[in-house]
Design a protein around this ligand. Structure first.
Ligand code: PEP
Ligand code: MN
Length: 338
C-alpha cells in the first residue's frame, strides 16, 4: 500500500503517520520526491482496511499497490531513479553509462592494458570477475581477493569505477571494500539470502536477470534488495534461455521498455552474455541503446583466444573503440547523451 502525503504535509504530520504505521506492526519506507512525499507500507495490508489512514492529517490518499512488487514499482515512485556511483550517474535519461572489461580478472598487466584502452574509448566503469560462477567446477574460478585488489588499484589509476560479482555472502565485506558496484550474477538472481545481504549494503547493486526468470520474478528479486534498505539497484538484461540455439542466450530487449514501464530502476543491457558471440555484440549493444537502456556492460579482452573465460564473446579493444563511436551515434539519434 502507498500513502501519498499532501504537498504541504509538515514534518510533525509525517512523523505521526510513520509512528501510526509502525504501531500497526507495518514497515514504513519513505520516499521524498520533489513535489511530495510518499510512504510505502510493507506488511499485512489488511490492517489498514480496519484502521483507515485517510483521516490522519497530512494524508492525501491511500492506494493499494496491485503489482506483487511494491518498492520497485512505478506506482510507488513515478520518477526514474538516478543512481550516483561516486560521481557517475546512471538512470533517468542521464548520459549513457558503459561498463567494459574482461569476463574474468586474469592478471594485473592484462587488466591494466584493457582498462586504459576502454577508458580511452569512453567507458566509465571497469568490469571483471574475481569470483566466477562457472558451470564446471574444473573451469577457472577467479583470482579471489587478489583479483579484487587489481580491480580497485587499476580502477583508481585509470579513473574508472569498478563493478564486480559477489557470489557468496561470506565475501560481502571484501567485495564492498574493493568495488563501486556489487554485481549479482544471473545464477544468483534468486539467492534470496544474498539479496537480503546486499540490501543492507551501502553500495549500489547491479542485479542481472536469471536466465530462466520472468520479468516479474526479476523485479521481485530487486524488491528483496530494496526492502532491506538499499534503493540503489540497477537491473541488467543479459539474455534468457529459449529454444533458439544459434546464440548462447536470447537477449530479451523487450525487457527494456517493459521494465521502464513497470519500474523506476535503471536498466543496463549486456550484449556479450546475451549473444555469446563477439560478432553479434555490436548490433545488440546498439539495439539496446535504441530500446532505451541506461547503460551497457560489454566484455573486452586483448587476446580473446587466450581468455580464461568467455573469449568467444569478448571484443578486441579496437573493435570496442569503433563500437563506442557507433553507440554514440545511436544514442544521439534517440535523443540521449553518450
Ligand atoms: C559475467 O558478467 O561475467 C557473468 C558471469 O554474467 P551472468 O551472471 O549474466 O552470466
Ligand atoms: Mn562472462
Amino acid at each position: 500500500m502507498i500513502i501519498v502525503l499532501k504537498p504541504k504535509a509538515t514534518k510533525k504530520e509525517v512523523d505521526h503517520i510513520v509512528e501510526r504505521v509502525k504501531s500497526l506492526g507495518l514497515k514504513p519506507l519513505i520516499s521524498r520526491g520533489v513535489e511530495r512525499t510518499i510512504i510505502g507500507v510493507i506488511g499485512d495490508e489488511d490492517v489498514l482496511r480496519v484502521q483507515p489512514l485517510e483521516v490522519i492529517p497530512g494524508v492525501e490518499k491511500v492506494m493499494p499497490v496491485l503489482s506483487p512488487y511494491k518498492l520497485v514499482s512505478r506506482e510507488f515512485k513515478p520518477a526514474d531513479t538516478i543512481i550516483n556511483v561516486n560521481g557517475v550517474k546512471i538512470g533517468g535519461g542521464q548520459k549513457l553509462v558503459v561498463m567494459a572489461g574482461p569476463c574474468s580478472v586474469e592478471s594485473y598487466e592484462r587488466l591494466h592494458e584493457v582498462a586504459k584502452k576502454v577508458k580511452k574509448s569512453g567507458a566509465t566503469f571497469l568490469r571483471g570477475g574475481a569470483f566466477k560462477p562457472r558451470t564446471s567446477p574444473y573451469s577457472f574460478q577467479g583470482l579471489g581477493e587478489e583479483g579484487l585488489k587489481y580491480l580497485c588499484d587499476i580502477g583508481k589509476r585509470v579513473g574508472l569505477k569498478v563493478v564486480t560479482e559477489l557470489m557468496d555472502v561470506r565475501d560481502i565485506n571484501l567485495v564492498e571494500r574493493y568495488s563501486d558496484v556489487i554485481q549479482i550474477g544471473a545464477r544468483n538472481m534468486q539467492n534470496f539470502n544474498l539479496l537480503k545481504e546486499v540490501g543492507l549494503s551501502k553500495k549500489p547493486v547491479l542485479l542481472k536477470r536469471g536466465m530462466s526468470a520472468t520479468i516479474k520474478e526479476w523485479l521481485l528479486s530487486a524488491e528483496y534488495i530494496l526492502s532491506t534498505g538499499n534503493f540503489n539497484v540497477m537491473l541488467c538484461e543479459r539474455g534468457i534461455r529459449t529454444f533458439e540455439d544459434e546464440t548462447r542466450f536470447t537477449l530479451d530487449l523487450t525487457a527494456v521498455p517493459v521494465v521502464k514501464s513497470l519500474s523506476h530502476l535503471p536498466i543496463v543491457v549486456d550484449p556479450s552474455h546475451g549473444t555469446g558471440k563477439w560478432g553479434l555484440v555490436g548490433a545488440m549493444a546498439k539495439a539496446g541503446v535504441a530500446a532505451g537502456a541506461d547503460g551497457l556492460i560489454i566484455e573486452v579482452h586483448p587476446k580473446p583466444e587466450e581468455a580464461l573465460s568467455d573469449g568467444a564473446q569478448s571484443l578486441l579493444p579496437e573493435r570496442f573503440a569503433t563500437l563506442m563511436e557507433e553507440v554514440r551515434a545511436v544514442a544521439k539519434a534517440v535523443g540521449r547523451q553518450a
